[in-house]
Unconditional design. Structure first.
Length: 217
C-alpha cells in the first residue's frame, strides 16, 4: 500500500473525531480560554474521538458478521489493505460521531463522571464549573437584578441567555426595567443585551420568591 493512500485513509478516519470534537465544543459547558483556540491537546482529543468512533463501528461490524454470517470489512482491516472506504461507511462513522458528541457533552455538562466518583466515594471533586455558569444555569433563577457599576444603573428582568465561561460577561434580559442606583425608575425595554467585564456587573436574586417585578426600594 502506498504511503499517500495510507495518509489519505488516516485523514478520512479523523473526520468522525473532528465532528465529535466540534459538537462537544458547541454544546458542552466547560472552562475554555478561547473558542477559536486549537492546539496539540485538541489534536490529541480528535484522535481519541476518532479511535472511539472506529472502535464502536468495528464492534458493530463484528456483531453483524457473527449474527448474519456477513463479510463486512472493519476499518482496521481497510486501513492496512488496498481497500478504500465507501460513502456508506463514512456516513455511518459520522452518525456514530454525532451521537458521541452529544453523549460526551451530556457527561461534561451534567458532571456525570464526577457524580459517579462522589457516589463511589472515590473523590469529592464536583468539577471545575465556572461560578458564572453555576449561578446562571440554576433552574430556580428566572428574574434577576444586574447592577451595572460602569453606568451606575440597575437592570431588573428575566434572564434569557448568558455567555460561556471564560468569556466577557454577556447577558440577554427580557421584560427589563432600568433604574438608577438610588432606585429611581428610568425606562422599560422588552429585550436588553449587556456586555461587561467581570468586575463591572453584579448579579442579584430578588427577595420575592416568584420574582415579581417590583421597583427597587
Amino acid at each position: 500500500m502506498q504511503i499517500d493512500a495510507f495518509i489519505f485513509k488516516i485523514l478520512l478516519l479523523s473526520v468522525p473525531g473532528f465532528v465529535t470534537y466540534i459538537i462537544y465544543r458547541k454544546v458542552a459547558i466547560y472552562r475554555r480560554s478561547s473558542k477559536s483556540q486549537f492546539g496539540f491537546h485538541d489534536v490529541f482529543i480528535v484522535i481519541i474521538y476518532s479511535l472511539v468512533s472506529c472502535g464502536i463501528y468495528d464492534l458493530l461490524i463484528l456483531f453483524i458478521n457473527l449474527i448474519f454470517k456477513a463479510d463486512y470489512t472493519d476499518t482496521l482491516s481497510k486501513l492496512f489493505n488496498v481497500e478504500i472506504f465507501n460513502i456508506k461507511e463514512l456516513a455511518f462513522l459520522i452518525i456514530i460521531a454525532v451521537l458521541l458528541g452529544f453523549l460526551f457533552s451530556l457527561f461534561e455538562t451534567k458532571r456525570i463522571i464526577n457524580k459517579i466518583a462522589i457516589k463511589l466515594k472515590i473523590s469529592q471533586y464536583y468539577g471545575d464549573t465556572d461560578v458564572w455558569t453555576a449561578f446562571n444555569s440554576n433552574k430556580s433563577i428566572e428574574w434577576i437584578y444586574v447592577r451595572d457599576h460602569k453606568l451606575k444603573l440597575v437592570y431588573f428582568g428575566r434572564l434569557a441567555q448568558y455567555s460561556d465561561p471564560g468569556e466577557v460577561r454577556e447577558l440577554i434580559l427580557s421584560d427589563v426595567q432600568v433604574f438608577t442606583e438610588d432606585g429611581e425608575f428610568c425606562y422599560k425595554s422588552p429585550t436588553m443585551y449587556i456586555c461587561r467585564q467581570s468586575d463591572e456587573i453584579t448579579l442579584e436574586i430578588p427577595l420575592t420568591e416568584e420574582g415579581e417585578k417590583n421597583e427597587i426600594k
